[in-house]
Design a protein around this ligand. Structure first.
Ligand code: CDP
Length: 408
């Protein structure tokens, strides 16, 4: 009997201990769960800039539009306007729909008048926001050292990964290495004022030439026509010009195979002093012709412009950075140059960025300032433009969309 009593009291104690154990485990699990939830929340929490507009850089397009009171409507695809190209997005002050980003390239008209209004008034530079962004870009992409392919950032025998053609690589040869600059021309350099010139027809009749040329350093895209009849609107200076190896060196200069093509290339590139930046390692088809062009200028001892190759790893890193900050498509040349400029310039002014088929007065507008042209569908320039608007409002870059005369 007493042994039964003894047994049951031991059991009681065991149950009590077990209950206490369960209680402790439950409390600990609860504490762990709360702590985890908080740290995850911190991770996904938007980081706000210290700027007056408080626009979150990770914001989606609709969030961004809302934050800027650029509320966006998507008109169904079967409307007349929907038959137009990607520039067709409607921005008004009443409705908002999600899916804007998805539809942006194909759908409805932008209220360009409303959009342009956001660029009225005096632009205020925000040094703090610029410093924060520059630091982030430095950490992700180390632009000053790695923007250009140099003997320092590659090794003979290593595989270069193509910027656009995923999975494709190029084994660095000693012949290639020898032709590259020893170190980056941007290493340790900083310019106080830069102009990045896009090729948008918004520049036509802008009178922005002088304003563009005021800069210490001028970036231009894709061997655009400069000087002559364009001088008043687009200026005459350039320090850095991109050239497309396929659509330009290969097609316009006939792959430098004929004497005629080579002579034209020689004459034309002299209009672009400074650096001539060729994207040799974006796709495999670009590499042969780019190397041929580099051999050609090296043999002819052409030092101005100096032909340099873009570093595809830098492009990939920059793309990934901006992907995490709302730019889902492949960066356009102009956007990539703008991001690059933020790393090497104290003050960045953008001109010729307006990927819409109407001007700020709602009048029809060509695509380029020098021809009708059309946008490459792999980019999402309207989405990029909202990023530019965000930067403009934050005081990070000054985007010029209005005419440059009379106190603008
Ligand atoms: O070849 P890609 O489309 O990149 O460039 P482009 O037509 O030669 O123009 C140079 C850059 O200017 C583009 O990459 C865009 O960033 C910008 N652009 C723009 O914002 N609006 C336009 N209507 C045309 C060009």
């Amino acid at each position: 009997m007493s042994s039964v009593r003894l047994g049951s009291s031991a059991m009681l104690k065991a149950v009590q201990r077990l209950g206490l154990g369960v209680l402790i485990i439950t409390v600990l699990s609860l504490v762990y769960f709360i702590l985890m939830t908080q740290s995850v929340a911190k991770l996904v929490q938007p980081r706000w800039h210290n700027s007056s507009s408080l626009i979150h850089r990770n914001a989606s397009l609709p969030q961004l539009s809302q934050a800027m009171h650029l509320v966006t409507t998507v008109v169904p695809n079967n409307t007349t306007s929907a038959k137009k190209n990607y520039t067709d997005v409607s921005i008004n002050s009443k409705t908002v729909t999600h899916n804007v980003s998805r539809h942006l390239q194909k759908t409805t008209p932008v209220d360009v008048v409303e959009l342009a209004r956001h660029f009225n008034g005096t632009w205020q530079q925000n040094d703090k926001a610029i410093a924060v962004l520059r630091e982030e870009l430095h950490n992700c992409c180390s632009t000053q050292e790695d923007f250009i392919l140099t003997q320092k950032n590659i090794r003979i025998g290593m595989n270069i990964h193509y910027g656009i053609q995923k999975g494709k690589t190029f084994k660095v040869t000693s012949a290639l290495s020898r032709m590259l600059p020893k170190t980056s021309p941007f290493s340790g350099r900083r310019f106080s004022r830069c102009s990045v010139v896009g090729n948008g027809a918004i520049l036509s009749h802008s009178g922005c030439g002088q304003e563009i040329d005021k800069a210490d350093y001028v970036f231009r895209c894709n061997l655009p026509p400069i000087g002559g009849k364009y001088a008043e609107d687009t200026g005459i200076r350039t320090n850095f010009t991109t050239a497309n190896p396929i659509s330009q060196i290969s097609w316009i200069y006939k792959g430098l195979r004929s004497q005629q093509g080579r002579d034209k290339f020689m004459t034309d590139i002299k209009k672009y002093p400074g650096l001539l930046w060729v994207s040799a390692f974006q796709v495999k088809a670009a590499t042969g012709i780019s190397q041929q062009a580099l051999r050609f200028v090296t043999q002819r001892r052409i030092r101005n412009p100096a032909l340099v190759f873009g570093n595809p790893q830098h492009f990939i890193n920059t793309m990934n950075y901006w992907k995490a900050h709302g730019l889902s498509n492949r960066l356009s040349t102009g956007m990539y140059m703008s991001s690059m400029a933020l790393s090497v310039c104290d003050q960045v002014h953008l001109f010729g960025f307006w990927p819409f088929d109407k001007d700020p007065e709602d009048q029809p507008l060509a695509y380029h300032y020098y021809d009708k042209g059309k946008a490459d569908k792999v980019h999402d320039m309207p989405q990029e433009f909202l990023k530019l608007l965000e930067w403009h409002q934050e005081g990070v870059v000054n985007v010029h969309v209005h005419k440059c005369q009379a106190g603008r």
